[in-house]
Design a protein around this ligand. Structure first.
Ligand SMILES: Cc1cc2nc3c(=O)[nH]c(=O)nc-3n(C[C@H](O)[C@H](O)[C@H](O)COP(=O)(O)OP(=O)(O)OC[C@H]3O[C@@H](n4cnc5c(N)ncnc54)[C@H](O)[C@@H]3O)c2cc1C
Length: 474
């Protein structure tokens, strides 16, 4: 194993939860990282969100392992302000803030090979990650182009880059429609949940007040918006939530139950990623297909088109729905966002060209000297990202070596086949480990040479729930 490289330059992109975690854990290992943050604040998605947004994950799971929620927060599902305060106090407590360069958007990153050290094509033949398997080669590194608030650009040379740019922001995903069937055919207002979340509360309220609002999607933001609309309009103008498929969203009591049951025994029962008890339960809760309940109306439809005064739902005899405002809560172009940060076409293709690209949800086998954090969709993104931040810091400090590129690719391939088999059309590469978090953590701990069994005895190991605090000392 190589000597550690604490003097090497590590650049972290993004100061949301993932970037803060990466920075804190690298600092603990003796590194002096720099964090480039596009905005003027920390916290990422939690800084600006809808008024009604609360944690969907119970707070004991959405918790830094070594920094408990303050006793003043009694709620099981704190609101976004409480989450923001918690994140800010963590950053302050661990001295992360001075490492952050705010208003510094990384517009591109470029893998620089020094003259005489080959070119990107040579990388195809590499067997070891980063060519030699060594962490820091000295002849290669990343050039980050950074744009500040006055649009001036500078280039920062880093030996290693940690991308923490977030999955749920910036690049909205909007469905495509045939000509004349899209928003252009509609005389009302169409926007994405991102734009709604960015509006001042008064303006957002005004937009939906006494209007027929249709929200497309069934992820958390869709129901947050529907809740806000229904609080403003009540039963007078029920808010329509148009669902194509059901995923991720858990009613709070189910989330509480699920999190309490995050133990080895329940994971044994969930023998395949992507199916099992919890998704089954969600499916049951969300049937029948059309559920009318007071001020929110849920409707399931395989597709729809716009018409002048609303929407036409696919496969329904009387499928016309009148609407004044349509809000797409249809998620984000997560892969494109990640790919776009690479200046070189070949690196972009490496990201978008393989459908399950990250080893341990963190390392692309064919993108050297770079890690990605926060690209795992799980019951608690904080929990899954913190353990990977610890893993990465161990790795960068020389704590273990990565397998060869071929071995990593075979592992990635195994996960992809496993997930595709059971998730079928719900398959997304960044969701493969959602319901088997303990198993994923076991793999990471074994890499670090640590005992993955964190409980005092066999019975506790089997029956008591697992959470971030079990990994406090990792
Ligand atoms: C409304 C909402 C509710 C949620 N609720 C839950 C929940 O209950 N439980 C849960 O587990 N997860 C939840 N999530 C998911 C949430 O995204 C994660 O929990 C977590 O906050 C993600 O943190 P992050 O740092 O990875 O990304 P982000 O919070 O998106 O932060 C990314 C940061 O990177 C910066 N950045 C991006 N690109 C660049 C660039 N090129 N240069 C410099 N800086 C850049 C951004 O400005 C941002 O500050 C929710 C998400 C949303 C939107």
């Amino acid at each position: 194993m190589e000597a550690t490289g604490m003097t090497k330059k590590v650049a972290i992109v993004g100061a949301g939860i993932s970037g803060l975690l990466a920075c804190k854990h690298l600092m603990e290992k003796g590194f002096d990282p720099v964090v480039f943050e596009a905005s003027s604040h920390i916290g990422g998605v939690w800084f600006q969100t809808m008024e009604s947004t609360k944690l969907q994950t119970p707070k004991h799971l959405y918790q830094f392992s070594d920094f408990p929620w303050p006793a003043t927060v009694k709620e099981m599902f704190p609101d976004h302000r409480q989450v923001m305060e918690y994140i800010a106090s963590y950053a302050e407590h661990f001295g992360v803030l001075p490492k952050i360069k705010f208003n510094s958007r990384v517009t591109g990153i470029d893998y620089g090979l020094m003259p005489g050290c080959g070119n990107e094509d040579d990388m195809e033949g590499w067997e070891q990650w980063s060519g030699s398997g060594k962490l820091f080669s000295g002849t290669r590194g990343w050039n980050l182009t950074i744009k500040d608030a006055s649009n001036a650009t500078t280039v920062y040379r880093a030996d290693f880059v940690v991308l923490c740019i977030g999955m749920f922001s910036d690049l909205p995903r909007v469905p495509e429609f045939p000509p004349d069937c899209g928003p252009e055919a509609f005389r009302g207002r169409v926007l994405h949940s991102m734009n709604y979340a960015q509006m001042e509360k008064d303006l957002a309220d005004e937009l939906v007040r006494d209007k027929r609002v249709a929200v497309v999607g069934f992820q958390k933001s869709a129901l947050d918006i529907a809740t806000e609309v229904s609080m403003i309009n009540g039963n007078h103008y029920p808010c329509l939530v148009l669902i194509r498929s059901v995923y991720w969203l858990l009613p709070s009591y189910v989330a509480a139950f699920a999190s309490g049951s995050l133990n080895r025994l329940t994971e044994y029962m969930i023998h395949k990623p992507g199916e099992g008890f919890f998704l089954w339960l969600v499916a049951i809760l969300c049937s029948p297909l059309a559920l009318e309940e007071g001020s929110i109306l849920l409707k399931k439809s395989s597709g729809f088109a716009f018409c002048e005064d609303g929407l036409v739902l696919e496969g329904e005899a009387n499928g016309r729905v009148s609407a004044d405002v349509v809000i797409f809560a249809t998620g984000w172009e997560t892969d494109m966002k990640l790919a776009d940060i690479f200046s070189s076409e070949s690196f972009r293709e490496r990201i978008t060209g393989s459908s399950a690209p990250l080893y341990r949800d963190c390392i692309h086998p064919r993108i050297p000297q770079l890690a990605i954090l926060g690209y795992v969709d799980s019951l608690s993104v904080m929990f899954s990202t913190e353990i990977r931040s610890k893993w990465l810091a161990h790795y960068l400090a020389g704590g273990f070596a990565l397998p060869t590129i071929g071995e990593m690719e075979r592992d990635v391939d195994k996960w992809e086949r496993y997930a595709k088999k059971y998730c079928k059309d719900k398959y997304r590469w960044n969701r493969t480990g959602t319901l088997i978090q303990i198993h994923c953590n076991d793999l990471l701990l074994r890499d670090m040479g640590l005992n993955p069994k964190r409980k005092r005895n066999f019975l506790a190991e089997l029956f008591s729930s697992y959470g971030p605090t079990d990994y406090r000392n990792v």
